[in-house]
Design a protein around this ligand. Structure first.
Ligand code: C2E
Ligand code: MG
Ligand code: MG
Length: 732
C-alpha cells in the first residue's frame, strides 16, 4: 500500500513536471513568433529602404553609371537615361564612349585609363552626343571601385550647359564692357570705383589703377554745386537710376561735357550692390563750328596744339619778339625709346604713354607758353617773354632740365612701369634763325645731336651741327641703296678657349663699305632701324650666318657656336617663328646658336624681355649678355635674367693689366658670373699683358685682335682650323 502511495506521489510529480514542460514550450513558441514578427518588420523596412534608395538613385539630379573596366555600361539610373536620351535596356552592355561626340571619345578613353591607374584628377568635361542634336556639355566625376577583381567605374554625370552658357555670358559681358565706345565705371554701394573700361581711360585720361578706390567726384569739374550732386544721389537711392548731362574734368585739366546714365544694381534682397555709370563725351556735339576748328588745330590723341597751330603760334611769337627786341626759345623734343615701347607693348600702350607725356609737359610750362605735338613722339615747346639773351639761355636751360626730369620718372600704364627719357634740341631767336623755318630746322638738328650724344640730354644749336646732319642724310640715302643692292656683308670673329687652344665659337658682325669707306655697324645699324629696315637686315644676318657656319667642323669633330647680335626691337612676338625658320633653312641646330643682347635691352619692359629670352632658350639656343658692365643694370638684377654667358666689355679689358679699377671690375664680373653659374668671356683683348692677366683671373675664353680680327667666312674657317688643329699637332 505504501508502495502504491509512493507510486502515486511519483506520478503526481511527473504530471506537474509535464505541465511545466508544456508551459515552457508555449513560452518558446511565443518568443519565436515575436522574433519572426521582428524579422518580418526588419525585412519590410529593408525593402522600403531599398526602394527609397532605388528612387534616390534613379531620380537623383545626377546621371549615375556603373561601367566595367572596358567602359561598358553595367548600370544606369533614370537621370542617366534621360541625359543620353535612351531607354534603360538600350544603354546596358554598350560602351559609354559611343554616347560621346566623336572628338571627345579619345579623351574619355584616356580618362578611364588614367583613373584605373590611379593617376589623374577624377573629373572630366566632355560632350554627349544625342542623335544629331547639338552636343551637350557635361561634367563627369569618377570613382574607381576596386572591390571586384577588375576595377569598375562609378560615374556621376551632370549637365553643365547652363553653367557654360553663364560663363559665355560673363565673357561676353566682359568684352562688351571693355570694348564699348562709351566710358563705363562700376562702383560699390558707397560710390568707390571698382572697375573702369578702356573708353573711360580714353575720355578721362586716367588709367584704371589711378581711379580704383576713389570716388567719381575726383572727376568733378567744379561746374556743379552741392545741390546738383545731392539731387542726383537722392534720385539714385530712390529710383535706382539717373540720367543727364554733367561736366567733368579730364586728367589733363580740360573740362568737358558728358552724357551720363547711372544705374543701381541690386542683389536678390533688393539691396544695392553696385552703381554702373555709362557715359559718352559730348564735347564734340556741343561746339559745332568750334569742333571743326578743334579738329583742325589740335592733336586728337593728346589735345595739344597740332603742327598747324604750333606754326601759327610760333610765327606770332616771332612777330612780337621782333617788335619788342626780345628772344624766343624753341625746344624740340623727342622721346627716347618710344619706338620700342610701341614695338614691344603695342600701339595702345604707346598712345597712353603719349597722353601722359603731354600731361606732364603741360604741367611744366606757363599758360602763356605753347606745348604742341608735332606727330609721332615729337613735341615742341615755344617759350617767349624771356628777358635778355643771357636770361633766355638760363631760363631755357632750366625748362629743358625740368622737362627731362619729369619725363625721366617712371610711367605706369596698364600694369607696366616704363621709363622713357627725352632728347631736347634748342634754337633761340634771333641768333639761331630769324625766320620760323630756320628756327625749326636748327632746333631739329640740335635735337638730333642731343640724341646722338647718348639719349636723355639737351643740346643748344651751334652752326657746326649742320655738317653732321648732312652726313646723316647722305648716310641714309646710301644705306637704303646698299640694302637694295645687297651690299651689306658679314664677317666672323673667332672666340677661343686660350687654355685648351681650341675655337669654341664665332661671332657674326655686319660690315658696310659706304661711299666714303667702311662705316661702323654702331653707326649704321641704328640708321637702318630708323629707316624701318632693321628687321629685314636682321633676318638676312641670321639666315646667312646660319647657312655659312652650319657645316664648320674641325678635325676633332668639334663645331663652333654661332653668335648673332640682336637689337632690342628684334625681340618681338614673332621671334620664335622667325628663329625656327632661319635655323631650319640654315640647317644650324639651335644648340649652336647664341643670341647676343645688351643690358640696354632691359631698359624698359623687363618682363617682355625676359620672356623673349626664355623663348630663345626654350628653343635650345643660348643667350649672351654683350658689352657687360656698360649698361644700366645692376649686378644684382643679373640673376633674374635668363642668360647663359656674360661678355666682359672691351672698355674694362682695355685698362688691363695695370689699371686697378678695371681689374677690380673684371674680377667682380668673373666672380659674380661664377656664382650664378654663367659662362663668361672677355672681348676686345689685344695684348699679351691683357691676355695673361685675364687668364690669371680664370678667364680663358677670349675674343679679340690678339687672336683674330673679324674675317670673311672662308678666311675665318681657315684660321679656325689652323688654330684648333694646333693643340692636337703640338701633342698638348
Ligand atoms: P659687339 O657685339 O660687342 O662686337 C664686338 C666689336 O668689337 C666688333 O666691332 C669687333 O670688331 C670689335 N672687336 C673685336 N675684337 C676687338 C679688339 O681686340 N679690339 C678692338 N678695338 N675691337 C675689337 P664691330 O664689328 O664694329 O661691331 C660693333 C658693334 O655693332 C657690335 O658690338 C654690335 O653691338 C653691333 N653689331 C655688329 N653687327 C651686328 C648685327 O648684325 N646686328 C646687330 N644688331 N648689331 C651688330
Ligand atoms: Mg656682340
Ligand atoms: Mg661687345
Amino acid at each position: 500500500m505504501k508502495q502504491a502511495q509512493h507510486r502515486i506521489a511519483e506520478l503526481e510529480i511527473g504530471a506537474s513536471e509535464h505541465a511545466d514542460v508544456v508551459e515552457d514550450l508555449h513560452l518558446h513558441q511565443e518568443e519565436l513568433r515575436v522574433q519572426n514578427e521582428d524579422l518580418r518588420q526588419a525585412q519590410d523596412a529593408l525593402a522600403a529602404a531599398s526602394r527609397r534608395y532605388q528612387d534616390l538613385f534613379d531620380f537623383a539630379p545626377v546621371g549615375y553609371f556603373l561601367l566595367d573596366d572596358k567602359g561598358v555600361i553595367l548600370e544606369a539610373n533614370v537621370t542617366a537615361c534621360l541625359l543620353l536620351e535612351q531607354p534603360h535596356d538600350a544603354l546596358l552592355r554598350r560602351p559609354m564612349r559611343l554616347h560621346l561626340s566623336a572628338e571627345a571619345r579619345l579623351a574619355f578613353d584616356l580618362f578611364l585609363v588614367e583613373a584605373a591607374s590611379g593617376r589623374q584628377a577624377r573629373t572630366l568635361e566632355t560632350l554627349v552626343q544625342n542623335h544629331d542634336r547639338e552636343p551637350l556639355p557635361v561634367q563627369i566625376t569618377l570613382l574607381v571601385d576596386r572591390t571586384e577583381r577588375a576595377p569598375r567605374f562609378r560615374l556621376a554625370v551632370v549637365d553643365i550647359r547652363e553653367r557654360r552658357q553663364a560663363d559665355e555670358q560673363r565673357k561676353l559681358a566682359a568684352v562688351m564692357f571693355e570694348e564699348s565706345n562709351e566710358g563705363m565705371l562700376v562702383t560699390d554701394p558707397i560710390g568707390r570705383i571698382q572697375r573702369v573700361n578702356r573708353a573711360f581711360t580714353v575720355v578721362t585720361g586716367y588709367a584704371e589703377p589711378e581711379v580704383i578706390g576713389h570716388k567719381p567726384s575726383m572727376l568733378a569739374s567744379g561746374r556743379h554745386d552741392a545741390v546738383f550732386y545731392k539731387s542726383m544721389w537722392d534720385r539714385l537711392q530712390n529710383s535706382g537710376s539717373w540720367m543727364g548731362e554733367i561736366w567733368n574734368r579730364r586728367k589733363n585739366g580740360e573740362i568737358y561735357p558728358e552724357w551720363l546714365k547711372i544705374n543701381a544694381v541690386r542683389d536678390v534682397h533688393g539691396d544695392i550692390r553696385h552703381f554702373v555709370g555709362i557715359f559718352s563725351d559730348i564735347s564734340e556735339h556741343k561746339g559745332g563750328g568750334q569742333e571743326v576748328e578743334r579738329l583742325a588745330l589740335y592733336d586728337t590723341l593728346t589735345d595739344l596744339p597740332n603742327r598747324v597751330l604750333f606754326v601759327e603760334r610760333l610765327k606770332h611769337a616771332l612777330i612780337r619778339a621782333h617788335r619788342d627786341g626780345r628772344p624766343v626759345a624753341l625746344l624740340y623734343l623727342d622721346l627716347d625709346r618710344f619706338k620700342s615701347v610701341n614695338d614691344t607693348l603695342g600701339h595702345q600702350t604707346g598712345d597712353l604713354l603719349l597722353q601722359q607725356v603731354a600731361a606732364r609737359l603741360r604741367q611744366i610750362v606757363r599758360n602763356s607758353d605753347t606745348v604742341a605735338r608735332l606727330g609721332g613722339d615729337e613735341f615742341a615747346v615755344v617759350l617767349a617773354d624771356l628777358g635778355d639773351h643771357a636770361a633766355a639761355v638760363e631760363a631755357t636751360r632750366r625748362v629743358a632740365d625740368e622737362i627731362r626730369e619729369h619725363l625721366a620718372r617712371p610711367f605706369h600704364i596698364g600694369g607696366h612701369e616704363m621709363v622713357t627719357g627725352s632728347s631736347i634740341g634748342i634754337a633761340l631767336y634771333p641768333q639761331d634763325g630769324e625766320t620760323y623755318s630756320d628756327l625749326v630746322k636748327n632746333a631739329d638738328i640740335a635735337m638730333y645731336h642731343a640724341k646722338q650724344n647718348g639719349a636723355d640730354g639737351h643740346a643748344f644749336f651751334v652752326p657746326e651741327m649742320n655738317a653732321r646732319v648732312v652726313r646723316r642724310v647722305s648716310l641714309e640715302t646710301a644705306l637704303r641703296a646698299a640694302v637694295r643692292r645687297e651690299e651689306l656683308k658679314l664677317v666672323y670673329q673667332p672666340v677661343v678657349d686660350s687654355v685648351a687652344e681650341r675655337v669654341v665659337g664665332v661671332e657674326a658682325l655686319l660690315r658696310w663699305d659706304g661711299p666714303q669707306g667702311p662705316v661702323s655697324p654702331l653707326e649704321f645699324i641704328p640708321v637702318l632701324e630708323d629707316l624701318g629696315l632693321g628687321h629685314d637686315v636682321a633676318r638676312w644676318v641670321l639666315a646667312t650666318a646660319s647657312r655659312e657656319v652650319s657645316d664648320w667642323q674641325f678635325d676633332d669633330g668639334a663645331q663652333p657656336w654661332l653668335s648673332v647680335n640682336f637689337s632690342p626691337s628684334q625681340l618681338h612676338r614673332f621671334l620664335l617663328a622667325w628663329l625656327t625658320d632661319a635655323l631650319d633653312h640654315g640647317r644650324l641646330p639651335a644648340r649652336r646658336l647664341m643670341i647676343e643682347v645688351t643690358e640696354d635691352h632691359f631698359h624698359h619692359n623687363v618682363d617682355g624681355m625676359i620672356s623673349s629670352l626664355e623663348d630663345i632658350r626654350r628653343l635650345g639656343a643660348r643667350v649672351a649678355l654683350d658689352d657687360f658692365g656698360t649698361g644700366h643694370s645692376s649686378l644684382g638684377r643679373l640673376r633674374h635674367f635668363p642668360i647663359d654667358l656674360v661678355k666682359i666689355d672691351r672698355s674694362f679689358v682695355n685698362g688691363l693689366p695695370h689699371d686697378h679699377k678695371d681689374l677690380a671690375i673684371v674680377n667682380t664680373i668673373i666672380s659674380m658670373a661664377r656664382h650664378l653659374g654663367l659662362d663668361f668671356l672677355a672681348e676686345g683683348v689685344e695684348s699679351e699683358g691683357q691676355l695673361n692677366m685675364l687668364r690669371r683671373q680664370g678667364c680663358g675664353l677670349i675674343q679679340g685682335y690678339i687672336f683674330a680680327r673679324p674675317m670673311p667666312a672662308r678666311e675665318c674657317l681657315d684660321w679656325c682650323e689652323t688654330y684648333h688643329g694646333r693643340a692636337g699637332r703640338d701633342g698638348t
